[in-house]
Write a new protein. Structure first.
Length: 562
């Protein structure tokens, strides 16, 4: 499955050029009109979204400026009907979203092979522009939550041309095998035509800022595919490209991968079992490589037409589950090496985070230079997660799932939390990657933490730790926020449900005091102070308190004395 770096029209290994040229003219009349309208568009690279290093952080740049995605992802079917979203656009504004993750369905844009209809795509882009929102497209191509449910009917019903994965007893399953060049090439062709269309309608506006390629790729209910082509590949030599990566990165490989390779003598040739041993772990490595190669081929085809940042997302592993019990071989942390080696045209790997141990998973994806973005999470989870990911792990954005289903859009926790993050965005982007910002996340499992910024140590406790704070009985809610250092003595503290005390670093041999504490807001990037909190609210200078149930900002000046 070698890849070509040539443009779409030169990909003769999988495209009939005459057919492609014909298919471009068969699209809807609206597409042709749009193409004519942008014939004088500015060069695509003048402000095309891209990823840029900023200190230790990776940031998304749009129109030449950093962009923090305060996003929401639509439910799976919400972009499949022309007028379904009409009542929700104002809700998105009320929730202070600046971006929306929107599915694009292969079966709907190419209902007949070679005949493309981008009416839904165009409609979403136009509506987003009217409501000042950016779009991240989610390609429901060969796989969605492991299954191939959004492939066109002409793909589903032609198993000979588009073969399925099979279980160990030979039963076909609703998953296209990644060992079919025909399936890969057909997906890549459709995706590249989609990306060409996005470039035609958006190269000047930059409404579409990123693309997710496929969705939660993985094998289930067994760890690997047992189709004839898969068995042939499994019994063949491990590809030379992977061997080269292993040799180059030998000392930094993921521990389980390195251990498996080491146990088998660090061999540089042989089958998958000869290099990594027998078992479901090796089955998963094998599948990860071929899922990665397939997806990289699709991504490369799309980037050859319009090179937006592209990523894949992972369904995570429940505690105690083994390969085959979860969507195995996806872009999971223990498989980063396989995916990084197999899919160099993907810009980063992202987690879909529904589990309560949010901080643990975030740390695993903020790893080996992988840029962090949270494309999907439970919309009832605390928005404190977003503050933590953005401040502590330099996340490029955060996106609760099924955002349109939330009630009370003007006053729910997302609207409240995003409103404050919107105010803080310029300051956040300035400080990401500089070591001048830290995040906090507290709940029943972790009710206290310490962070050090400048000359001071911050002890941050859950608000329930304050004996004078009355709270309702029941589960301890998740709270948290961020601290941004403005100078050696001055800090912005934002979030919810935090009780903070201060001390100087041990070597200073001095005591920390609160010089001043103001609540307030940022208006057009300018701090507008409100109440001074130096009295009872700081317990007469002993602590800073951000109450739960709301998201607020305080500006605190510290000092030290002996």
């Amino acid at each position: 499955m070698d890849k070509s770096s040539n443009s779409l029209l030169s990909r003769l290994d999988f495209l009939d050029v005459d057919k492609l040229k014909a298919s471009v003219f068969i699209v809807t009349v609206s597409i042709m009109l749009v193409s004519l309208a942008v014939s004088n568009a500015q060069p695509r690279d003048s402000g095309i979204p891209r990823l840029v290093k900023h200190g230790t952080a990776t940031q998304l740049f749009v129109d030449g400026k950093p962009f923090l995605a305060l996003a929401g992802e639509l439910g799976n079917s919400s972009a499949s009907y022309m007028n379904y979203l009409n009542p929700f656009w104002k809700n998105f504004e009320q929730m202070h979203l600046n971006a929306l993750i929107v599915p694009v369905y292969w079966d709907l844009i190419e209902p007949e092979e070679g005949h493309f209809d981008f009416t839904l795509v165009d409609s979403v882009v136009q509506e987003a522009r009217q409501h000042n929102l950016k779009i991240i497209f989610l390609w429901f191509g060969s796989w969605k939550n492991s299954m191939s449910c959004y492939t066109p009917l002409w793909v589903k019903t032609n198993e000979k041309r588009f073969p399925r994965a099979r279980t160990s007893n030979g039963t076909p399953i609703e998953i296209l095998t990644p060992f079919s060049d025909e399936s890969r090439n057909t997906d890549a062709k459709a995706f590249s035509i989609l990306m060409k269309h996005v470039g035609l309608i958006d190269a000047k506006k930059h409404t579409v800022i990123m693309v997710q390629v496929e969705n939660e790729i993985g094998m289930i209910p067994e760890a690997r595919d047992y189709s004839s082509e898969a068995n042939k590949a499994f019994e063949s030599a491990v590809p030379r490209e992977l061997i080269g990566y292993l040799e180059t990165h030998k000392d930094s490989l993921e521990p389980d991968l390195r251990e498996s390779w080491e146990k088998n003598g660090f061999k540089t040739s042989g089958t998958w079992e000869e290099l990594f041993g027998k078992g479901s772990a090796t089955d998963e490595l094998f599948m990860a490589w071929y899922f990665g190669r397939y997806t990289d081929y699709v991504a490369e085809a799309g980037k050859s037409e319009y090179p937006l940042p592209m990523y894949v997302n992972a369904a995570l592993i429940r505690p105690g589950y083994k390969p085959g019990q979860y969507p195995s071989a996806g872009p999971l942390p223990h498989l980063f090496d396989l995916w990084k080696a197999a899919a160099p045209h993907l810009d980063f790997l992202a987690p879909d985070l529904y589990f309560p141990n949010f901080a643990d998973w975030i740390g695993k994806f903020d790893h080996k230079g992988n840029a962090l973005f949270i494309p999907e999470c439970q919309n009832t989870q605390s928005v404190a997660n977003a503050y933590f990911a953005i401040a502590e792990h330099n996340a490029m954005g955060f996106s609760p799932f099924s955002i349109e289903s939330l009630e009370d859009p003007g006053h729910n926790q997302i609207s409240q939390g995003y409103e404050v993050l919107h105010e803080l965005t310029p300051l956040i982007l300035e400080n990401q990657g500089k070591g001048t910002m830290a995040g906090v996340l507290l709940d029943s499992a972790a009710q206290e933490t310490e962070i050090t910024l400048g000359n001071y140590v911050f002890t941050v406790k859950h608000e329930y730790a304050w004996r004078y704070w009355k709270h309702e009985s029941g589960p301890t809610p998740r709270v948290g926020g961020m601290v941004i250092m403005l100078s050696s003595e001055e800090f912005i503290i934002a979030g919810t449900g935090m009780l903070i005390t201060f001390r100087t670093r041990a070597e200073s041999n001095s005591t920390a005091g609160i010089g001043s504490d103001f609540e307030g807001k940022f208006v057009n990037s300018r701090w507008v102070p409100g109440l001074s909190l130096n009295g009872d609210q700081t317990n007469q200078g002993r602590q800073v308190f951000l109450p739960g149930g709301e998201f607020t900002i305080q500006k605190v000046r510290l000092y030290s004395y002996k």
